[in-house]
Design a protein around this ligand. Sequence first.
Ligand code: HSE
Length: 436
Amino acid sequence: MKPIKIGVLGLGTVGGGTVNVLTRNAMEITRRAGREIIITRASARSVDKQRICATHAIELTTNSLEIINDPEIDIIVELIGGAGVVKELVLAAIDNGKHVVTANKLLIAQHGNEIFARASEKGVIVAFEAAVAGGIPIIKALREGLSGNQIEWLAGIINGTSNFILTEMRDKGRDFADVLTEAQALGYAEADPTFDIQGIDAAHKLTILAAIAFGIPLQFDKVYTEGIANITRLDIQYAEELGYRIKHLGIARKSAQGIELRVHPTLIPQHRLIANVNGVMNAVVVKGDAVGPTLYYGAGAGAEPTASAVVADIIDVVRALTSDPDNRVPHLGFQANALADIPVLSCQHFSTAYYLRLTAEDKPGVLADVTGILADHNISIEAIIQKEPLQGETSIPIIMLTQITFEQEMTAAIAKIEALLTVTGKINHIRMETLG
Ligand code: HSE
């Protein structure tokens, strides 16, 4: 049979990894796919990538459209990232009847509904396993392995950079900025690292996971998103004293009221497996009604781990080339005309337990004022630590864990506590999840 010809758009970290994995494992891949798969063309911003292309006999161009318009190319692998022109390139590839494999989470989370509709019209596949959690086959697990379940919730460490920073801050007492620079040098962080730090990258990934878990359209703009910038070493230390670890989680939960989509730092009990996922590693817990909780763990970023997912998608596309387009695994796992219109809840409707850290004057009655406000809002305290004042200081840190409460009650209580004359500055509040 004729080999399948691939055109790769973008020869950055993941592009280079994909070339290496596809060529190194070519024989094994052919045995799996039933056809030889070769990269014949690639595009890059500059011709500096000539070496990798020359080694593997790949024709290099700076113009991606040449590849998209090449009738010899069967599959376009988009590894440029971002939207804008890239979205136009992907739509043009689809219009040319080419299958697309992409690692682009922003593109899928923000424009996936339109892209999948166009792909279905044209009878082509858009595969995007590498867009979420790097090398972990979480999309395949949700879309196929767990397709007999009703998914109740999922929670994941889905931004390796944030997890790397939190781990280094906890284990080595390193500074935030210093660890971020290292994550960038190692190729984990996004081109714009604010996407990692502000939780946007994780929100893109959660959007995709939730759509596949619950059979809903992709709704990135409805994800409540907080990053790790406000987490201090003190919070990490106090959380440890209380038996918890702070992780940056993406959480999607379905209830009778609707769906919660949220990304934020979270205290989780130290004994949970996911609390012990460190460094750049990712992990996702998925709770299905039939299977119970399941855990998926692996490298969430990096050249070859991400290439592992890209290449698996290429093989999947090759295997599906002769299948009837109407009977392929749907892009979001549910038939496109059967997506549900379930409301996504606003953050005021979330209910979680909380960690609170405030700084207050060390004098009688202060704690009573604080606990009185919490009681007025029906917020019950689970644990409390009051530290000695630091030498030469008159204020003290007070750390509290609360029981589960409605977000709107907590927001109102925090505003009242911050307004007390005896309380200084902002209250650092972090949501807690038992993930039981
Ligand atoms: N910047 C991402 C992360 C890369 O840190 O997880 C993988 O999507």
